[in-house]
Design a protein around this ligand. Sequence first.
Ligand code: FMN
Length: 265
Amino acid sequence: MLQRTRLGILSKHFRPLTTSSSLMNLDSAPPSRDQRLVFAPDRYQYTKDSLNLSQVDPESPFKTFHTWFSHAKESSEVTSPDAVVLSTAELPSGRVSSRYVLLKQLDSKGFVIFSNFETSKKGRHLATNPRASLTFWWEPLQRQVRVEGIAVRLTAEESQEYYDTRPRGSRIGAWASPQSSTIENRDVLDQRVKDAETKFGGQEKIPVPPFWGGLRIVPEEVEFWQGRNNRLHDRLVYRRTVPLESVDQASTEGPGEFIIERLAP
Ligand SMILES: Cc1cc2nc3c(=O)[nH]c(=O)nc-3n(C[C@H](O)[C@H](O)[C@H](O)COP(=O)(O)O)c2cc1C
């Protein structure tokens, strides 16, 4: 049976997955050539660089990340080195959601981003499950970095310190926008901005909203991926010798040390 959606008619082979076992039950007949909306045979090779143990810090994924991030920032071809996909998963539904955010800080504990944590989907997901991942893709360098770990809110003081560096309009915007809530129209947002401006009128120092701030992803593992010829990529992953179990553990520098392993592409 064909399924009708807002975007049109999906192939009769499309079936939403409801359980993991559904993965095994897809129709065996593949879609015919003219039913495929995208069909992209391999065209390009990754040939820019390689990655081996002598090129990474033996202990710290943060130091290796810093080196790679510097390369991305120095490259005139990488337009947004700090743009990164943050993925979260709600429990108990298991629904996963990803969105771009900006990396704003790296320290010896983890990778810090800033956002709304009350109304946004990421905030709602993280309230049920603190595990999150970050994925960077620096296409001109043919490099990917994957971070998996536990997300911990920065303290209000730490968030305030970053918030104070933002342009006034962005600080007002954080107060005004109920991020990811449905709003009637643009006027509603404009009015909320006016209200926030009135509230903080003439005030240079604005307090960071209690529902907004920094989130540090404390890694359990960090993978460095360098594209190679024939899809035989180089992958080195730092893994903790002791797994991260809880937000409490992630609030420190985390347990154990990191060991490095090579993964098959
Ligand atoms: C390149 C890029 C960078 C972004 N950076 C941020 C950010 O740092 N913080 C943020 O809250 N949203 C950022 N956004 C918007 C998010 O992608 C997203 O729309 C918003 O956070 C709401 O997502 P959620 O409801 O799934 O949590 C960015 C979007 C793009 C395209």
